[in-house]
Design a protein around this ligand. Sequence first.
Ligand code: HEM
Length: 415
Amino acid sequence: MPSTDIFHDPQRYGDMQSWREEAIALHADGPIHRIEAEGFPPFWAVIGHDAVMHVERQPALFTNEPVPVLTTTEAIAIGEAQGVQIRTLIHMDRPDHTEYRRLTNDWFKPASIASMNERLDVLSAEAIAKLEAAATNGVGTIDFNTEVALAYPLQVILSILGLPEDDYQRMLTLTQEMFGAEDPDLQKGTGSPEDRMATLLDFYQYFAALTADRQANPTGDLATLIANGEIYGEPMPDLEKMGYYVIIASAGHDTTSATMAEGMAQLAQHPDQLELLRNDPSLVRNAVEEMLRTSSAVRHFMRTATEDTEVAGQPIAKGDWLMLNYAAANMDPTIFPDPMRFDVTRANADKHIAFGFGIHFCLGAQLARMELRSLFNALVPRLASAEIAGDATTSKATFVSGFKTLPIRYTLTEA
Ligand code: HEM
């Protein structure tokens, strides 16, 4: 009998091989599962690919409010007692969500972010230069996670917000504390709700100064849009500006880092797939979709039913809490045959829902794809071989998780 603790136990997300095997076994028992776990309100784990899309298609019936991420009963109570919560796009439903998303939606459209490609190619070249510098006669060992995967997307965040490169360390600490809140190595203090709030306050101070600057000196960056943003024709309230910065900075970082590292790990574990890519670099585009599918770095979001309804034949009561588990849905064997297989030629790799679906579909999806394509387009022709060299370590978190270290031994071809 497969265990349903994979949904709520952060430790289980530290070993995604066994996690995925268990998720695939659960698919045989149906697309939706009732979870009653100590310390959490009961919830439904929705794992079927179609079932997740069914929920996402009906944002009025399944809302993001009041609690869009799996949270302990204790933390929910503390949040309610504190009253003031930072609201981000992901906490909002219509009509607010439409109004707030409108502010930056166009900025993230392909035509508008195409200008980022030049910067991405510079960052990709820097990543290759790191591998070259760590190699002797083309052979080297590097912690790919720390040296490449963590650094690259954070540099992109600094670029889109128009922040100086010197702020790298500060932003790294803040985003890791935000997302690693269940992991003792990454969290602030003991990871208590108070410590989480302290992390948010760090963000607050940092971005208050940024807002003041961009109001005085507007530029073309995303920070300028947020700092001067109007909602329903009025200046956006300060707390909501913070929410906006927080979601851009945090949602755009660990997620993309985790996918880059997982993609590299997949190539290291599947030399035949690396070979295919080396022989036909046009496959990189599809390989990136397969990396997104198999990594599914954002493991879940939660929804709350506003009416009695049903999902995949299962009656759902008004007020029920549902977990949309993207990592499990992307392992749905009815959609992705032999789902554990990493296959850069998989015909429907891009059917994954690693970026979600519907009105909350990832705002940065196109940017994340551009980053991954730029990196692997630069890397694949140079990477003669790669293998995992020693013990990789992983973060333990139910929301976003991935490698903490990924030692790779590699051989580079001549430039
Ligand atoms: C591989 C990298 C990424 C993954 C796997 C990912 C995944 C997701 C997922 C699953 C959602 C929720 C979708 C839903 O509820 O249906 C989401 C929302 C969001 N993502 Fe991403 N994301 C990634 C990269 C980025 C980047 C680079 C940015 C921005 C720089 C970003 C910004 C956002 C924002 C702002 C939202 C909230 C959208 C809304 O509620 O309307 N993400 N992302």
